[in-house]
Design a protein around this ligand. Structure first.
Ligand code: ADP
Ligand code: MG
Length: 610
C-alpha cells in the first residue's frame, strides 16, 4: 500500500495552531499587546471596531523591527525571545513560542508597519491567510503598528461561533484588564468604534487598580507585602466587608504575567475564612516576583496556567501574608501624621511583623457575670489569671520602635490600631444595642451583641483547639428525641460537640442524652441550647466557610451571646470592650459583619457646620 503520511503545509499548520492560541478577537489583542510590552513600549494604543470583528489595531512606541525581522516574525516558531531550550527556564518576556503572529496571519488580513528608532525608514508588510502580499519601505513613526482585519475570514466555523459584539467586547475588556494591571508603568489607551473607552496614564500599582476597577475600591484596599526566598509577594487585598457574591476582581500576576491559579485562590480564601460569608469572594490583586527557574510557564498555549516548584510552601506563605494584611484591616481609619501633632500610636517599621500583643486572658471569664465572684476560678482552666491590662497604649508602646522625626514621613500611610483610651474612657449604652466610647480620632460605636459573638467565637475556637473547653455536668441528664435529620447531624459532629464542652451520648432510635453542656453564662436548658445550636449550625453552612469546629464555635457563640436590649453596667461594658480588643479580629464578626464603627472628629464637625 502506498504511504499516506505527509507534512502539512505551513498555512494549515498555522491555522491549527491558531485554533489553540486565537479563539476570539480578545486573544488577538492579548498577543499583540504582549508583543508591544515585550518590545519595551511605554505607550500602547488599542483600537477596535465591532468588538474586533472588523478591525483590531495595536500601536506601540517600542523597539520596532528590522526589515528582515518583520518578515521573519510571521514564520512559525520565529521568535527573538529564546534561543535554546534552557532559555525556557529564564523567561522574563510575555511571549517565547513564536506562534502568535504566524497564527494570526493565517486567519486574518494583517498590515504591519514598523520602524526601529535609529532608522529613517520603516517597513510595511501586508499578509493574507499566511501569504505575503507585499513588503515595502514606508515612512512611519518609530515603533510598531499592527492592523488585523476580517478575523477568521477563511475559517467560517470560527467566525460563526463568535458571540454578540457586547460579549466579545467584554472578553476584550477582560484581557485588557489583565495586561494593564500587570503593567502600571505603561500608558494605555483603548478605543472602540472611534470612541475612547479607557485612557490610563503611567502610575503605581495601587492607582492602576483604581483606574481599572473603579474609585470605589480606594477605601477598601489593604496593602500586602511579603518577601521570602521563594517569592516576593506584593499587592492589595479588599477588606472583608467589601467581598462580593460575584467574581471578577481576583487577580494573580507572576513576573508581570496574569495567571489563573485555583490552588493559590484557595490559600487566599483560607485567610478570609470566618471573615466573609461563605458564598462571597474578596477582591485581590497579588503580584509574585519569582526566579523564573522555579516556574514552568510552558504548560498551556495561552500561558495563563503556570506551575510552581514550591506550591505548597507558597500556599502557606500566601495565607499568612493575606492574614497579616487583614490584620492591618482591623485597624480603623488611618491617622494623618501631618495634622496630628502628638504621635503615641503604634507604628511599625517597614518589614516589622505587626502582631497583636499577647495578653493573658481567662477564657472562661464572663463579662456579664462579674458580680458573681469566684465563678470563673472554679473552672478547670489554669493557664492565665484574669488580667485586663490597664493601659493598652503602653502595651503597644513596648512593641514600638523608637521613632525619629525623619522616619515619620515613611509611615504616614501606615494604618494604626485604634483602641479606646483607657483612662479617659467612659462607656455609654445606646438603645440597649450600642456601646459608645471615645477614641483618639472621635467616637467609637460598638455593637454589643456582635462584639460578644466575636469574643466568644475566638474563645471557643481556642478552647477546642487546645481541648480545654469546660463542661458543666448537670445533675439530671436530659434525654432528647430528635427528628431523624438532626439526630444524624448530631451523630456526625458528636466528637466536635464534645470538644466544644458538651457531654452527649447516643442512645439510638433518634434519641440522645445530654449529660453536660458548655460552660456558657446564659440561662438556658440543655435542650434549648442544643436545639438553638443545631439551628445555628445548619444556617452557618450558608454564611461562613470553615470547618466543623469553626462553625460550631460560631453557632455556640451566637446561641449564647448577649442579646440586644440587655442593659449593661459601665463595668460590663468596659470588660466587653477589653475582651473585644484582645481578639485577633475585633473589627468583624466571623461572618464578616462590622462590629464597630468610628465617627471621626471631622465627620462630627461637619454635623455642626452645615
Ligand atoms: P513571540 O512573542 O512568542 O516571540 P510572536 O509571534 O508573538 O512570538 O512574535 C514573533 C516575533 O516578532 C517576536 O519574537 C518579536 O521579535 C517580533 N515582534 C512581534 N511584535 C513586535 C512588536 N510590537 N515590536 C517589536 N517586535 C515585535
Ligand atoms: Mg508574542
Amino acid at each position: 500500500m502506498a504511504d499516506i503520511i505527509q507534512l502539512l503545509p505551513d498555512s494549515v499548520a498555522n491555522q491549527i495552531a491558531a485554533g489553540e492560541v486565537i479563539q476570539r478577537p480578545a486573544s488577538v489583542i492579548k498577543e499583540l499587546v504582549e508583543n508591544a510590552v515585550d518590545a519595551g513600549a511605554d505607550n500602547i494604543k488599542v483600537l477596535v471596531k465591532d468588538a474586533g470583528k472588523t478591525l483590531i489595531q495595536v500601536i506601540d512606541n517600542g523597539s520596532g523591527m528590522s526589515e528582515t525581522d518583520a518578515r521573519l516574525a510571521f514564520e512559525r516558531h520565529a521568535t527573538s525571545k529564546i534561543k535554546t531550550a534552557n532559555d525556557l527556564f529564564e523567561i522574563r518576556t510575555k511571549g517565547f513560542r513564536g506562534e502568535a503572529l504566524a497564527s494570526i496571519a493565517s486567519i486574518a488580513h494583517v498590515t504591519l508597519k514598523t520602524r526601529q528608532p535609529g532608522e529613517d525608514l520603516g517597513t510595511q508588510i501586508i499578509m493574507a491567510g499566511s501569504e505575503l502580499e507585499k513588503q515595502e519601505p514606508v515612512s512611519c513613526p518609530a515603533g510598531t503598528n499592527f492592523q488585523i482585519k476580517n478575523l477568521f475570514f477563511n475559517v467560517p466555523a470560527r467566525r460563526k461561533f463568535l458571540k454578540s459584539n457586547t460579549t466579545e467586547f467584554k472578553h476584550i475588556l477582560n484581557e485588557f484588564q489583565r495586561i494593564i494591571l500587570a503593567h502600571p508603568n505603561i500608558e494605555f489607551e483603548l478605543h472602540h468604534n472611534n470612541e475612547i473607552v479607557m485612557h490610563l496614564p503611567q502610575t503605581n500599582v495601587r492607582q492602576r487598580i483604581i483606574q481599572t476597577i473603579g474609585k470605589q475600591l480606594n477605601q477598601t484596599l489593604n496593602k500586602l507585602e511579603n518577601d521570602t526566598s521563594l517569592a516576593k509577594i506584593t499587592g492589595f487585598i479588599g477588606k472583608p466587608e467589601c467581598a462580593r457574591k460575584t467574581t471578577g476582581e481576583q487577580f494573580f500576576f507572576i513576573n508581570q504575567r496574569y495567571m489563573r491559579h485555583p490552588y493559590f485562590h484557595r490559600a487566599i480564601m483560607k485567610a478570609y475564612e470566618g471573615l466573609i460569608p461563605g458564598d462571597s469572594y474578596p477582591s485581590y490583586f497579588i503580584y509574585f516576583d519569582v526566579d523564573p527557574h522555579t516556574i514552568d510557564v510552558n504548560i498551556h498555549p495561552t500561558k495563563t496556567e503556570i506551575k510552581f516548584e514550591n506550591e505548597q510552601a507558597l500556599f502557606q506563605i500566601i495565607t499568612a501574608a493575606v492574614k497579616e494584611a487583614l490584620g492591618k484591616a482591623n485597624s480603623v481609619p488611618s491617622i494623618d501624621f501631618e495634622t496630628h501633632g502628638v504621635i503615641d500610636i503604634p507604628v511599625m517599621r517597614k518589614n516589622t511583623e505587626i502582631s497583636v500583643p499577647e495578653i493573658p486572658i481567662d477564657y472562661t471569664f464572663n463579662p456579664f457575670e462579674i458580680e458573681k465572684s469566684g465563678k470563673h476560678q472554679a473552672t478547670t482552666y489554669s493557664g492565665g489569671k484574669k488580667k485586663i491590662t490597664d493601659d493598652w497604649e503602653k502595651l503597644y508602646q513596648s512593641n514600638m520602635p523608637e521613632m525619629e522625626e525623619k522616619d515619620l514621613a515613611l509611615f504616614s500611610n501606615q494604618e494604626a490600631l485604634e483602641t479606646p483610651q483607657k483612662d479617659r474612657s467612659e462607656y455609654l449604652q445606646l438603645k440597649g444595642k450600642y456601646i459608645l466610647t471615645q477614641v483618639k480620632s472621635g467616637l467609637m460605636l460598638i455593637d454589643q451583641r456582635k462584639a460578644h459573638v466575636r469574643i466568644l467565637f475566638e474563645q471557643h475556637v481556642k478552647n477546642m483547639a487546645m481541648n480545654r473547653s469546660v463542661c458543666q455536668r448537670s445533675l439530671y441528664p436530659a434525654k432528647l428525641d430528635l427528628n431523624h435529620e438532626d439526630y444524624l447531624l448530631v451523630n456526625n459532629i458528636m466528637d466536635d460537640l464534645n470538644l466544644l464542652g458538651f457531654d452527649i451520648n447516643d442512645l439510638g432510635s433518634n434519641t440522645i442524652v445530654v449529660n453536660g453542656t458548655p460552660d456558657i453564662q446564659k440561662n438556658t436548658s440543655a435542650e434549648e441550647l442544643l436545639e438553638t445550636l443545631i439551628e445555628e449550625y445548619k444556617q452557618s453552612e450558608n454564611t461562613v466557610k470553615g470547618n466543623i469546629k469553626e462553625r460550631l464555635a460560631l453557632s455556640l457563640a451566637k446561641a449564647s451571646a448577649v442579646d440586644y436590649g440587655k442593659t449593661l453596667t459601665e463595668l460590663e461594658m468596659q470588660h466587653l470592650v477589653d475582651e473585644l480588643f484582645a481578639c485577633e479580629n475585633p473589627n468583624y464578626t466571623p461572618t464578616g459583619k462590622k462590629v464597630l464603627a468610628i465617627l471621626n472628629l471631622e465627620e462630627l464637625e461637619k454635623l455642626f457646620n452645615q
